[in-house]
Design a protein around this ligand. Structure first.
Ligand SMILES: *Cc1c(COP(=O)(O)O)cnc(C)c1O
Length: 470
């Protein structure tokens, strides 16, 4: 019986000749599709043998069709693992799962131009000799932040690690209990300090830490007073923390290095956009911190990078740490960072040029206008087959920045009497350009803050396809 069924399984070559499969071969190449066919038929064969999955009624044709469908499904699902553009309808501006900051056009154009050719990454065009890959961004960072020196590495996790490893190896780092941050993707301050070869000395309590706590913990082995931004949580109620200035004063008095992991480095005063005050990198440099580290792809709005700015004597030591080479930034990120920093230095229409800042600072009025445009486009395509309402909602910023703060936003609330919210959400995720959205009650929410004008047409088309079952 089992053998009867096994005999009906089509051969790989037979499947390869099917017209639907030929189409897939055209798109993805024969090697990949052949591989998938072998996997699918093997799975089917094993299932028949191991589970006595006997559906005797299955004709040769049924089995053939089943396998073709499985191959197509498999091929499409492997496509979903490739990195592709998605439409972010969650309203969360810095979504770590969606690549944090989208880059400014100028950065992408520059990558396009420079990365497809050779470039002067480590070649000094003045002397014709070997140069440093960091020169260009270092100069920009010094200009922008007022720091004496700067260095850029792969990400902020690496930046923090390098600082501690360079300046406190086998020595002590004092950090407040309230600042033992864990950031998504297993960045945990206690573990980073331990792995960097230093000893962590915890001070204060969960909610309150005073300068005297740091002072009492200082020994002859203390090398760093570390301050860490509470990027993704807030402590409320009776709290006290030691300010950057206080840490700097204590450090200066005791000749101990003050370091701040600022998390999301902001280069603009967010109060200008009616947002709460967030310490800028410039403010922290002015306060006199010896070293400040921050990310390139959070509120800065650039590529993944870890930026270190501070006193020359310390930054120079970090530069020559052999581990720095291991976490060096790649040329594409460096090109993007150079362009993003240039936008800040030039200081003309920064808000319009940097997508993260543009999205963060959009007013409810602008968002409402945009919501109306998208709503109309959808209604043009699908008439009244779907209910679209414009609603107010609050957008968290996400990505380890501005914890507990939401900005007033606007969203489309979309329902269909026949298609449930869960199905709608998963169909949108299956769209050619996947659309990611949240569910609310019996409908889905598309937040306007993170949706670009270019996305509107794709969204309207996606709904049309879902409604008309294409
Ligand atoms: C986000 C964050 C990090 C990690 O930065 P990456 O650039 O993601 O490596 C470290 N510390 C703080 C306080 C952060 O907010």
């Amino acid at each position: 019986m089992v053998n009867d069924i096994l005999r009906k399984i089509p051969s790989t070559n037979e499947i390869l000749e099917d017209h639907k499969i030929l189409e897939l071969v055209q798109q993805k190449g024969k090697i990949i599709i052949k591989d998938i066919i072998i996997k699918v038929t093997n799975n089917y064969r094993n299932k028949i043998i191991s589970t006595s999955y006997h559906r005797q009624s299955d004709s040769k044709e049924d089995i053939y069709n089943f396998i073709i469908d499985e191959v197509i499904k498999y091929a499409n699902s492997s496509e979903k693992k490739r990195l592709n553009r998605v439409i972010n309808g969650t309203g969360i501006i810095l979504h770590t799962n969606m690549g944090r900051a989208p880059l400014p056009k100028r950065a992408v154009d520059k990558i396009n131009d420079v990365a497809s050719s050779y470039c002067n990454l480590e070649y000094d065009l003045t002397t014709g000799k070997r140069g440093s890959r960091y020169d260009s961004v270092e100069e920009l960072l010094i200009k922008l932040t007022g720091a004496e020196s700067a260095l850029v590495v792969n990400n902020n996790a690496a930046a923090v690690f390098l600082c501690i490893n360079t300046l406190a190896l086998d020595k002590e780092v004092i950090v407040a209990r309230s600042e033992q941050v864990e950031i998504g993707g297993s960045f945990r301050i206690p573990e980073i300090i331990e792995r960097s070869g230093a000893k962590m000395v915890e001070v204060g309590t969960t909610n309150k830490t005073y300068t005297r706590d740091y002072e009492n913990a200082i020994t002859e082995d203390t090398r760093i007073l570390l301050k860490v931004h509470k990027s993704n949580y807030r402590i409320e109620g009776f709290t006290h923390e030691v300010s950057g200035e206080e840490l700097v004063n204590l450090g200066n008095e005791k000749e101990i290095i003050s370091v701040e992991d600022l998390g999301s480095g902001v280069l603009l005063d967010l109060q200008n956009f009616n947002l709460p005050y967030e310490p800028t990198v410039m403010d922290q440099v002015k306060k006199g911190l010896d070293i400040i580290t921050f990310s390139g792809d959070k509120l800065l709005g650039g590529p993944q990078a870890g930026i270190i700015v501070g006193k020359k004597e310390f930054v120079e030591k970090i530069k020559v740490n052999p581990l720095t080479r291991m976490v060096r930034i790649d040329k594409m990120s460096l090109i993007a960072l150079q362009e993003v920093l240039s936008i800040y230095v030039e200081n003309k229409n920064v808000k319009e040029k940097i997508p993260i800042i543009d999205m963060l600072t959009k007013t409810s009025r602008t968002l409402s206008e945009e919501a109306n445009i998208l709503k109309e486009m959808m209604e043009e395509k699908i008439g009244n087959k779907i209910d679209v309402d414009i609603i107010e909602e609050n957008n968290p910023v996400g990505g380890g920045s501005l914890p507990g703060i939401t900005v007033k936003g606007v969203a489309l609330y979309i329902r269909n009497s026949k298609i449930g919210a869960n199905v709608l959400q998963s169909r949108l995720r299956d769209n050619t350009i996947p659309i990611i959205c949240k569910i609310k009650n019996d409908g889905i929410i598309l937040s306007m803050r993170t949706i670009k004008k270019d996305d509107y047409k794709h969204i309207a088309d996606a709904f049309k396809n879902i409604i008309y079952e294409k």
